[in-house]
Design a protein around this ligand. Structure first.
Ligand SMILES: Cc1cc2nc3c(=O)[nH]c(=O)nc-3n(C[C@H](O)[C@H](O)[C@H](O)COP(=O)(O)OP(=O)(O)OC[C@H]3O[C@@H](n4cnc5c(N)ncnc54)[C@H](O)[C@@H]3O)c2cc1C
Length: 158
């Protein structure tokens, strides 16, 4: 079939309508194929809006990875920026109850931005407070760099 846009005024109605249907069917088929490839191994779709738990685990992954790659000796500007980042993040985090709780946590436990080690440990403790609130097990913060930066010592991530 030609890729030309069907011209209604250049063809009779039957031909035009047939071409329109062909174009519609082929677009539908392409969409179907694309959707099939987006169903992941566990049978869930990976192209749908996030729910609270998906948003949570993806957000934690981003936050811990950001902390893992924070400088060992940050400049004063980097420290201030990281502090601002968490405060702004807590205002826009798109789960309201989570955002409110995070704002409260930041009041009594502000980000520790003096080094990669300090920031990663601070974030690990913050995440553990959420884990406890939700009845999830605490993560061993000694292992935070293996989990989010270096990979496990047994080489299972290599
Ligand atoms: C800032 C924030 C606040 C949230 N507040 C709420 C809330 O108030 N109510 C609510 O229902 N949900 C909240 N959530 C979502 C919740 O924390 C979980 O993300 C969600 O329940 C999915 O949990 P999960 O079992 O997939 O593991 P997650 O808790 O998402 O953890 C993901 C992975 O991080 C690792 N991990 C776990 N704990 C730590 C840690 N302490 N340090 C480093 N790594 C760790 C583990 O390998 C784990 O598999 C919040 C999420 C965020 C980002």
């Amino acid at each position: 079939m030609s890729n030309e846009k069907p011209c209604r005024a250049c063809t009779d109605f039957r031909t035009w309508a047939k071409r329109q249907k062909e174009a519609y069917d082929s677009e539908k088929e392409a969409q179907k194929k694309q959707n099939q490839t987006l169903i992941s191994n566990n049978g869930t779709r990976d192209n749908c809006p996030l729910d609270k738990d998906e948003l949570g685990s993806k957000s934690w992954a981003f936050l811990h990875t950001m902390a893992a790659y924070y400088p060992d000796k940050p400049s004063e500007e980097q420290k201030a920026d990281m502090n601002n980042f968490f405060h702004i993040f807590s205002k826009f985090y798109p789960c309201n109850i989570c955002a409110k709780d995070l704002q409260e946590q930041l009041k009594y436990s502000p980000p520790e931005t003096d080094s990669q080690e300090k920031l990663s440990q601070w974030l690990c403790k913050l995440h553990n407070e959420v884990n406890t609130k939700l009845g999830k097990p605490e993560f061993d913060c000694k292992l935070v760099n293996q989990r989010w930066r270096d990979g496990w010592l047994d080489g299972s991530c290599d």
